[in-house]
Design a protein around this ligand. Sequence first.
Ligand code: GDP
Ligand code: IMO
Ligand code: MG
Length: 421
Amino acid sequence: MAMNTDILLGLQWGDEGKGKIVDAISPEYDIIARFQGGPNAGHSLEFNNVKHILHLIPSGIFHSEKINVIGNGVVIDPAVFKKEIENLGPPVSELAGRLIISAKANLILPGHRILDAAYEKHKGCLKIGSTLKGIGPAYTDKVARNGLRAGDILAENFRDLYEERLEAHLRILKNYDLEYDLKEYEAGWFEGIEMMKNFRIINTEYYINDLIDRGKKLLAEGAQGTMLDIDFGSYPFVTSSNTVSAGACTGLGISPKNIGEVFGIFKAYCTRVGSGPFPTELNDETGKLLRDAGHEYGSTTGRPRRCGWLDIPALKYAIMLNGVTQLFMTKSDVLSGIDTIKVCTSYLLAGEETRELPINNIPVEPVYTEVPGWKENISGIREFSLLPSNLRNYIKFIEDQTGVPVTLVSVGPDREETILR
Ligand code: GDP
Ligand code: IMO
Ligand code: MG
């Protein structure tokens, strides 16, 4: 049995550092594939003092000998795709040899972006704080069987197919009070379609399974995080795809029997951008300190991220849903200098202690355990045993609480600032 597919995914509310770690461990793999989400994702990685932010392209793209795949579970905005390709550096002809697009990936149409804005504007208490990239409307049309897919752009009647969808979107938009400039956006979108035609648009499920059968190693790169999963996140304050490990199977066309390791990545504290419950959120000086020290501003929207302490019940929930076999902890360096670190180990719900997330987003009060912090700047450390003992104790505490080993510790944004145990 070929269990040579590993999955790396976020265990919190996104932005756990997936891009950085995927880039750092890509040398171990032959193929790196995105399986869900779209340009709502912002995956940062850094090497040679340059920071790159990717939205649709897998984070293995800077390793020129690796194949990168945009899987069928992803929703692609051609305009974003074009910009991203142009910002990468290498010529299109070179990238075309190693970036492959699933013919079954749905497209984000210009109308989807406008609908996203219209829906969000007219929401009252249930405003999600969407990135407004058209994600929700694109997945809605996919499920309603009204979508257009990457494979369709090669059809002779593509323009007709497009116009039909556009009319449907305009009919809905008539009911909303929203100003928009469709023409300008459309122009960039069609340029993006032309850009996509430079790449292989194929049934990637055959391609991937063939490589897996031949013993090649695949890394599936998640987007968003488990707490934003359409089924298991804090609905309706979630994204529109399955961010959990099962999504890698449906989003790439691989079987569960091929899955080896599930790497669950989490920040040493928590952040969330957009609305929705966040039990350990800190609306005080400590929250501000975490935001400043961790540069917690969205990679896609630039919005300040909400910050708070590590939430163990939420982490355990994510570990359970994903079958996490190894934990990767990022942004450990951000906690340096904090005297006492708090960790939420259970919640109080109507006065009763519980370790389960409540239904219907009922507010809970976090119960904290305090652990001593450390003062040292740890960004230059590359060996686990040289980390401050209080940081090692913090990690041990997390391992004891979750029952899963922490096998990678990230101590800075650069690909080199990574400690493997
Ligand atoms: P992703 O969406 O999970 O890929 O994460 P983002 O790129 O949106 O956000 C993570 C941010 O933290 C980025 O700015 C990274 O450069 C940065 N980062 C990643 N790992 C570390 C780390 O260990 N320490 C510090 N200080 N920054 C990190
Ligand atoms: P990465 O892959 C953090 C959040 C949005 C909003 C909700 C729904 O970089 O970790 P959507 O645009 O999907 O309709 O937004 O989900 N969100 C993210 N938060 N990181 C992301 O991606 C996110 N993608 C979406 O802020 O609350
Ligand atoms: Mg991000």
